[in-house]
Write a protein that binds this ligand. Structure first.
Ligand code: FAD
Ligand code: UDP
Length: 392
């Protein structure tokens, strides 16, 4: 059969590849001039550094199926991501671990003592319903104020009380000196960049890639369309625009090692940016130490009509709007929505790949049984959080 896949990010590339391997013809369109979506990486012409063009991306997973799949498309080099955080004139280690706690409180506690110490500071909130409550219940008021309140207000443009607790739950709290940002079994970066992975995925008989081509500009019919663009855009924003945060990067180049780490977070609210990424530290296997370096100073703001959508906000009114789009999608035959924009959810790369693998398998099964392909492979409203329920 002849299918259309909209978007050449991981969602689109994975589903295209699996369907092509099953013998189907796939036209993949992306309006950008490159593949890999927001995971796109490219060598900076002036410094030679591999740059994560849409912000820092580290692959991490405990899903063996996803790990096996991604390794088919190039060598992944082990990379343990560490983040430093500036707060109140000092540099700390994040996520909050024993070093952070001892440095911040000027103590020399061991794991058990620190656990009891933080438990005494943590507020007794039985069922945290928002980011702030989650933080106060997890780490207490001092660490929350130093590392999370200001950064979160900058990142999300709203009060932490208005945000779901799930955002904070992405980060671990450790009572040892393990300062890796992620806890997954496999943590790696493709040495030739993520774009090379997607190029390899799309390099298969049966796949035709059309860059600089929007879905709206197509005038062909397909057996089915897999759409990984924004769901509200597909329906011409008929029910309004779903809210996103977008990012601005102030790119600067200098010589040598600018900050000694890949990512430094700036937690104080007075500092207008959220973090600085120095891309050459994502490739410790390359030798750039004394050479030129490229850094991104990152600012977050509300996403306007012409901006790139990065983080879905998913507050109560957006959840409500999403419900209308979901209903409409279910009543529209011939198209399935997937990926971070198609389902309006924050998805890490490994989850994106896992969901696209499932979607492809489900599609093949349904085709074999002569059943229609569903509008969604994952329920997009399932993450309706307690905050939303309360606000609604
Ligand atoms: P996308 O990558 O957004 O791809 C969608 C594509 O569709 C785009 O290329 C777009 O141009 C195209 N498109 C949209 N509409 C149309 C249309 N109408 N016509 C034609 N083309 C269209 N994940 C991790 O695992 N680790 C990380 O460290 C990490 N860091 C991140 C940092 C930031 C700042 C952000 C925002 C996300 C991060 N992620 C990270 C998540 C990661 O970016 C996503 O998992 C991934 O991009 C999702 O892939 P996707 O294919 O669903 O969407
Ligand atoms: N966060 C924070 N301070 C930090 C790092 C993270 O307040 O130094 C908060 C912020 O709200 C962020 C959330 O924790 O959105 C989750 O962190 P993560 O590193 O997953 O951030 P993101 O993927 O949103 O950039």
């Amino acid at each position: 059969m002849r299918f259309c896949v909209v978007g050449a990010g991981f969602s689109g590339a994975v589903i295209a590849r699996v369907l092509a391997e099953a013998g189907h013809q796939i036209v993949v369109v992306d309006e950008r001039a490159h593949v890999a979506g927001n995971c796109h990486s490219a060598r900076d012409a002036s410094t030679g550094v591999m740059t994560h063009v849409y912000g820092p991306h580290i692959f991490h997973t405990s899903d063996e199926r996803v790990w096996a799949f991604i390794q088919r498309f190039g060598e992944m080099r082990p990379y343990a991501h560490q983040v430093r955080a500036v707060s109140g004139g000092a540099v700390y280690s994040l996520p909050v671990n024993l070093l952070t706690i001892n440095q911040f409180f000027r103590t020399i506690m061991g794991p058990n003592e620190a656990r009891a110490f933080i438990a005494a500071k943590a507020q007794a909130i039985a069922d945290p319903t928002n980011f702030e409550e989650q933080a106060l219940a997890m780490i207490g008021p001092e660490l929350y104020a130093a590392f999370f309140r200001g950064y979160t207000r900058k990142q999300w443009g709203m009060e932490p009380t208005e945000l779901p607790s799930s955002i904070l739950k992405r980060l671990p709290l450790r009572f040892n000196y393990d300062d890796r940002y992620f806890s997954h079994t496999h943590q790696a970066i493709r040495d030739q960049g993520y774009t090379a992975i997607v190029v390899a995925m799309l390099d298969a008989p049966g796949i035709e890639l059309r860059l600089k081509t929007s879905h709206e500009s197509l005038n062909e019919s397909f057996a089915h369309t897999f759409y990984s663009g924004p769901i509200d855009r597909y329906f011409h924003f008929a029910h309004g625009r779903l809210g996103y945060r977008t990012l601005d990067f102030d790119v600067f180049r200098t010589t040598g090692d600018y900050q000694g780490a890949a990512v430094m977070n700036y937690c104080d609210e007075e500092v207008p940016f959220t973090r600085i990424t120095e891309h050459k530290h994502f490739a410790p296997w390359e030798s750039h130490e004394m050479a030129d370096t490229i850094c991104y100073r990152e600012y977050s703001r509300a996403c306007g009509p012409g901006d790139i959508p990065y983080y879905p906000i998913r507050q109560a009114h957006e959840e409500h709007m999403l419900g209308k789009y979901v209903k409409r999608a279910r009543a529209t035959p011939g198209v399935s929505f997937l990926g971070r924009l198609g389902s309006y959810r924050y998805l890490d790369m490994d989850v994106t790949i896992g969901e696209a693998l499932d979607a492809a398998q489900e599609t093949l099964l349904r085709l074999a049984e002569n059943r229609p392909v569903p509008a969604f492979f994952v329920e997009p409203l399932q993450e309706a959080h307690a905050l939303t329920a309360r606000a609604a």
